[in-house]
Design a protein around this ligand. Structure first.
Ligand code: AP5
Length: 219
């Protein structure tokens, strides 16, 4: 199963990815997590992209496509994968098409901007795993600490309100056109394009996604 989760920053892609991956036994491929891991480790790639990622702009298609190409040939991707945050531009989607790995489902999570601003200000992440929390809507068992490792949670540099607004503009200009791109593709292929309204509790969205994908909801 090959799935793309599409949606604006803060729509809940990372939050919802895990149960879908478990249901299909596929890995989550989050280009954002991969870039942040490189930044944290201070690799040449991490140093190259830090300013762009922290500022909320998009990393070049060339870098992203190379990163994804390397990742999807790993053995855990044989049975498929879930892309979270990729593709984000038409050239990235075209590169994926030309890799000859047809996608089964594109799932868009749609959320209004005002809700996104609220969510981002309370977001906390576990940098080691990418696990996502919210101080009010999805809190960890112990405030400030990751549920599984007990390690401290952090706030992302690009979650400052001005950067979130900029990321929303970038999304509208460069990523939203992918919805039409995939709807057009679905007209003459087996691809399914699904849209789920992302307002409501994490559990409510989870059950909507589960029924759209015909899998069991854990909640
Ligand atoms: P990336 O890490 O992909 O960020 P994003 O797409 O902007 O998405 P987010 O991770 O911000 O949001 P999300 O939808 O996963 O929401 P979450 O589940 O965390 O990319 C970061 C940067 O890397 C980019 O800006 C760019 O620079 C670069 N990059 C990455 N991929 C790239 C690519 N392909 N091309 C070029 N550049 C690339 O939820 C948000 C918050 O809301 C959390 O606190 C969560 O707990 C809470 N929440 C979730 N669901 C609910 C709910 N139903 N109700 C209330 N709160 C909720």
């Amino acid at each position: 199963m090959r799935i793309i989760l599409l949606g604006p920053p803060g729509a809940g892609k990372g939050t919802q990815a895990r149960f879908i991956c478990n249901a299909f036994s596929i890995p989550q491929i989050s280009t954002g997590d991969m870039l942040r891991a490189a930044m944290k480790a201070g690799t040449p790639l991490g140093r190259q992209v830090k300013e762009v990622v922290d500022g909320g702009a998009l990393v070049s298609d060339e870098i992203i496509v190379a990163l994804v190409r390397e990742r999807i040939i790993e053995p855990d991707c044989r049975g498929g994968f879930l892309f979270d945050g990729f593709p984000r531009t038409i050239p990235q989607a075209e590169a994926l098409q030309s890799a000859g790995l047809p996608v089964d489902a594109v799932v868009e999570i749609s959320v209004p901007d005002a809700e996104i601003i609220k969510r981002m200000s309370g977001r906390r992440i576990h940098p080691g795993s990418g696990r996502v929390y919210h101080v009010d809507f999805n809190p960890p068992a112990t405030p400030g600490l990751d549920d599984e490792t007990g390690e401290p949670l952090i706030q992302r540099e690009d979650d400052a309100e001005d950067r979130v607004r900029y990321r929303l503009d970038v999304y509208r200009q460069q990523t939203q056109p992918l919805i039409t791109f995939y709807r057009n593709l679905a007209e003459h292929t087996e691809l399914r394009c699904l849209t789920v309204a992302g307002l409501g509790t994490v559990e409510a969205i989870q059950s909507k996604l589960a029924s759209a994908l015909a899998i069991e909801s854990p909640s």
